[in-house]
Design a protein around this ligand. Structure first.
Ligand code: ACO
Length: 452
């Protein structure tokens, strides 16, 4: 049989036919419209059908065509991506194919940032250049400092961070050249370099402490700790255990595929806005208590519980729907979040330096009780990344409301990777969902004196 022919068997008669390959449909789904009796073969590619292929399904020529309805994107892929893979049932997380456990053990945050953004692990030369370029973009324009001085001393650090990242857009008008590879790379250096400096300024502003300039001789996390905590000493002495623990936490938070804030980054970026304003939007999405704000909420919750003997009473309230067990549950993970496992190990090393935190004992007991409880088992609710990260951050001296800022520093690389991938994807256009309109039909305007 020539290569171009394929044998097909008629299921009804058992007869065999040889037909040219091009006549065979790719893997597809047959949809029969019960309204018209018409059958539509819809191609299946990578386990998905294209929503636009449904548009041909109509009852009349004026019909707009069939749409899908998917609030909160529960079952809609909005892009093709090659950055982060998650298997939520098995508890697997990989950046560009590399398991998170290996990266957390063997890599550094800046190396992972390179991997996430550029797709491959860097050679030594590439890594040195990458670190150099980011390190030499850590300083802020002095006017940014003045801008930040305008915040009240009780301003939430995330509010300050979101506004200041947005304000950077006005300092770098060249960032509008989003189709230019060199310009994009420069903005990537700037954002990864400057976000920790802004974060540290937020912290010191609230305490009324003078701003500490970056120290380019230190590592990325070492410099961040120096900008946070350096007082009168000439050189800040970084504790290597805390420096490494923070680096691991940053690695774990670098990216997490199409989460709420990544989706915002892509969505704003799709209008070709510059990366500073797009990232301000992404950081705003992260601020919410159901997303990156959860690590702050975990601490609030643990403090409210107060002691181990109050846990059963708290669990009862969760089960009654009065409150949530913060740091538990995930849209994607229906298993133990692999990041939570690594964080738990890092916690032990941190506590050896800082001394044990009583909230950790409450958290461990809370986790044990919840994991044995039918309510959580049935709903597949396990600890997520935020359950233990806050306890470590607290032990390292970070104030509770700065936790989400730490998350934002780490996620900067992921947001930028998602943004760049979106820009380079020829299938992407300005993001603009449809709606199902259920409001009023046309009606006539009623003058105010006639309204009831
Ligand atoms: N405590 C108690 N019950 C919960 C929790 C929780 N933390 N999370 C989910 N549930 C329950 C829901 O009430 C629901 O129960 P029901 O079926 O009886 O109505 C069921 O589990 C399914 O939950 P959904 O809300 O449908 O799950 P969804 O995927 O929409 O939400 C989310 C995921 C937002 C993370 C949720 O689990 C949650 O609110 N967790 C607490 C906040 C948190 O820790 N967020 C951090 C997530 S990780 C990150 O963003 C970095």
């Amino acid at each position: 049989m020539p290569d171009s022919l394929t044998t097909i068997i008629d299921a009804k008669t058992g007869k065999q036919f040889e037909v040219p390959q091009e006549m065979i449909l790719p893997e597809h789904l047959s949809i029969i419209d019960s309204r018209t009796g018409k059958e539509y073969p819809i191609p299946v590619t990578n386990g998905t059908i294209k929503a636009m292929d449904l548009r041909q399904i109509k009852v009349s020529a004026e019909d707009f065509g069939l749409m899908t309805y998917d609030p909160a994107f529960m079952n809609t892929a909005s892009c093709q991506s090659r950055i982060t893979f998650i298997d939520g049932d098995k508890g697997i997380l990989r950046y560009r194919g590399y398991p998170i456990e290996q990266l957390a053990e063997k890599s550094s945050y800046l190396e992972v940032a390179y991997l996430v953004i550029n797709g491959e692990l860097p050679t030594q030369q590439q890594l040195d250049a990458w670190i150099h370029n980011i390190t030499y973009h850590t300083m802020l324009h002095e006017n940014i400092k003045k801008f930040m001085e305008g915040f009240t001393t009780d301003a939430h650090p995330m509010g300050m961070l979101v506004s200041t990242i947005g304000a950077l857009s006005t300092f770098y008008p060249d960032a509008k050249k989003i189709t230019d590879h060199e310009s994009r790379t420069l903005q990537i250096y700037r954002l990864i370099g400057k976000v920790p400096t802004i974060a540290a300024y937020c912290y010191r502003h609230r305490l009324g402490l003078p701003y500490m300039y970056p120290d380019n001789e230190l590592s990325y996390t070492g410099n961040f700790l120096s900008m946070m905590y350096k007082m009168t000493e000439l050189k800040y002495k970084v504790n290597p255990v805390l420096e490494r623990a923070l680096d691991i936490l940053f690695i774990l938070h670098a990216d997490h595929e199409q989460n709420c804030s990544a989706n915002v980054m892509r969505s704003i970026g799709s209008s070709q806005a510059d990366p500073f304003v797009a990232m301000a939007g992404a950081a705003a999405a992260l601020y919410g208590p159901l997303h990156g704000g959860a690590n702050e909420e975990v601490l609030v919750m643990l403090r409210q519980i107060g002691s181990k003997d109050k846990i059963p009473e708290f669990i009862k309230r969760v089960k009654n729907g009065e409150t949530k067990l913060m740091g538990f549950g995930h849209r994607i993970y229906k298993n133990y979040d692999p990041r939570a496992k690594i964080i738990k190990q890092a916690a032990d090393q941190v506590f050896e330096v800082t001394g044990r935190n009583s909230l950790l004992d409450i958290a461990i007991e809370l986790e044990r009780i919840a994991l044995e409880d039918e309510y959580f088992i049935k709903r597949k609710l396990y600890p997520n990344v935020d359950f233990y990260s806050g306890i470590i951050y607290q032990a390292m001296g970070f104030p509770t409301d700065a936790f989400t800022v730490l998350f934002a520093i780490a996620r900067t690389s992921g947001w930028l990777a998602q943004w760049q991938e979106m820009l380079l994807d020829p299938e992407q256009k300005i993001a603009r969902p449809r709606q199902v309109f259920l409001g009023h039909d046309k009606r006539e305007f009623v003058p105010v004196e006639m309204r009831r």
